[in-house]
Design a binder for this molecule. Structure first.
Ligand SMILES: [Zn+2]
Ligand SMILES: [Zn+2]
Length: 149
């Protein structure tokens, strides 16, 4: 414990700023998880988040703490959870400018990317249905994998 000072960077301030702006208490685990997601910049699964903490900060976080922290961040709209058709949950810090956006799942490399500049379609629903949230994952081939052809 006490290593949080080691990761006190401009971005740590950003994680703390976001949690405080939500009127919440920035515990060490919440700060670390949100910080890792902000640094990763693209959706990451549980294993990738743990690996990031270990390789960058020499920090280990047990699965229960990580799962609880991620649930908390999702619940408080500081993080979004993406379910692609490989059934792996991935997490990404909320994009403040484009909080709702489609995601792209590359069928070759398996990466899932946020597409913050793309628009989500507005579904036409039967009467009496109300939209709360729209999720969309586009399957295809990412630019990187197309270059490798
Ligand atoms: Zn790819
Ligand atoms: Zn996203």
């Amino acid at each position: 414990m006490g290593r949080i000072a080691d990761i006190t960077t401009a971005q740590t301030t950003e994680a703390e700023r976001r949690i405080r702006a939500a009127g919440q208490r920035p515990t060490r685990a919440r700060l670390q998880i949100l910080q890792a997601l902000l640094n990763l910049a693209q959706p990451a699964n549980h294993g990738e988040i743990q690996e990031y903490m270990l390789t960058r900060w020499a920090e280990t976080m047990d699965r229960v703490t990580l799962y609880r922290g991620l649930d908390w961040l999702v619940q408080h709209q500081l993080t979004h959870r993406i379910t692609a058709d490989d059934r792996v949950w991935r997490f990404s810090a909320i994009n403040l400018e484009h909080p709702s956006h489609p995601h792209f799942h590359c069928l070759r490399c398996g990466q899932v990317l946020c597409l913050p500049e793309s628009q989500l379609p507005a579904p036409q629903l039967p009467a009496d249905y109300r939209v709360e949230d729209v999720e969309m994952v586009v399957n295809g081939v990412c630019p990187h994998c197309q270059r490798d052809n």
